[in-house]
Design a protein around this ligand. Structure first.
Ligand code: ATP
Ligand code: MG
Ligand code: MG
Length: 345
């Protein structure tokens, strides 16, 4: 039967492999560290991304390769792509691996992003701050969950701020938003696009805490958000699911960032839609028709982070609550251990 290769064995890779299994595919997961996907994938390779023999064997064992993690080194991707197609494509990866390239791409499409400037030194930071009151300095590569960024205000010690973030970096103007939303969008191999309802996202300590649908924002913002997401996937000739994070401001929607993969803020689709984001992604990369994004329930998704895992017995006692546990070991602070989808009635 057909086989799907997944780069990355975290919880997203695990949920992708469950969805693929349900559709009758076999999954081969490639992950440098021991991973929770190992218990559900048909096959797990634990080897670094510079192990050419392991990468070759992985690529040769599957019909298509996808990923749960956008920071796989380019040389590993080159080798894989010489053997088997990678979906979503390399351009989507190249654009989103670097915040500067990503912002250039988005603004090049005519979309609104926060004002930004490349920062390669403390002097660049001082110049980019100019007369601005506040900004956020972000590392260009490998930042997630708010890691690799620092808030900067006029009058701060710019050398100290610059030293806190791995170079090269980008300074963003601070966006005074009233809410954060995200659109989970999918594009199929035939060019069809399907988007789920935008979700309202709340963060704590830089980590996504809850996603709520419906998002409760003025109705006119919803087509705006969906059209932005659709423009992005179409421009990239994208195949698969993408997460698009947006800030809601009085002047309209500002694109914060894109993730070329299934997204934590899309987990509510597991309880709210006939075809969830994981099945949708597998359908897209496997060349099957997409499901639609129709939502049949109101849902609050809550991440179980660190010690939240101790709440599982109480959560199990709630009716209408779907529980997902990632099979990770130790519950360290800030570690995503699972999530719940609470149906709202
Ligand atoms: P993720 O885990 O979503 O990948 P990340 O580490 O890539 O997060 P961002 O999404 O860029 O980081 O920023 C994290 C959070 O910081 C945002 O959700 C938002 O709350 C806040 N933030 C980021 N950029 C700005 C900005 N320019 N203005 C105001 N707030 C911002
Ligand atoms: Mg991010
Ligand atoms: Mg983000």
């Amino acid at each position: 039967g057909a086989s799907i290769g997944i780069l990355g064995g975290g919880q997203l890779g695990r949920m992708l492999s469950v969805a693929a299994s349900r559709l009758g595919y076999r999954c081969h997961v490639y992950e440098p560290g021991p991973a929770p996907a190992g218990d559900v994938a048909h096959r797990l390779t634990t080897a670094p991304y510079d192990d050419k023999a392991a990468l070759r064997a992985f690529a040769a064992s599957v019909d298509v390769v996808t990923y749960e993690f956008e920071n796989v080194p380019a040389e590993a991707l080159d080798l894989i792509e010489s053997i088997v197609p990678i979906r979503p494509n390399r351009r989507a990866l190249a654009v989103s691996q670097d915040r500067l390239t990503e912002k250039d791409f988005l603004s090049g499409l005519g979309l609104t992003v926060a004002p930004y400037a490349a920062v390669d030194s403390a002097a660049d930071l001082a110049a980019a701050m100019g007369g601005h009151a506040r900004g956020i300095l972000k590392t260009r590569r490998l930042g997630y969950d708010g890691k690799g960024q620092v808030r900067v205000a006029a009058g701060d010690d710019f050398a100290a701020a610059w030293g806190q973030v791995a170079a090269p970096s980008v300074l963003e103007g601070f966006v005074d938003f009233s809410a954060e939303i995200s659109v989970i969008v999918a594009r199929g191999q035939d060019g069809a696009v399907a988007a789920y309802d935008p979700g309202l996202n709340e963060h704590r300590d830089g980590i996504l805490r809850t996603t709520t649908v419906p998002c409760g924002l003025p109705a006119r913002l919803i087509p705006d958000a969906v059209l932005i997401a659709s423009r992005i996937v179409t421009a990239l000739d994208y195949v698969g699911v993408m997460g698009v994070e947006l800030f809601v401001t009085p002047q309209g929607l500002v694109v914060n960032e894109i993730a070329p993969r299934v997204h934590n803020s899309g987990h509510w689709t597991q309880a709210g839609c006939a075809v969830d984001q994981f099945e949708q992604h597998i359908r897209a990369v496997a060349g099957l028709p997409l499901g639609d994004g129709q939502r049949h329930a109101d849902v609050v998704m809550e991440n179980l982070i660190g010690d939240d895992i101790a709440r599982v017995p109480q959560l199990l006692a709630r009716p209408d609550t779907q529980i997902h546990l990632y099979g990770k070991g130790e519950a360290r602070p800030g570690r995503k251990m699972g999530h719940v989808n609470m149906i709202q009635r």
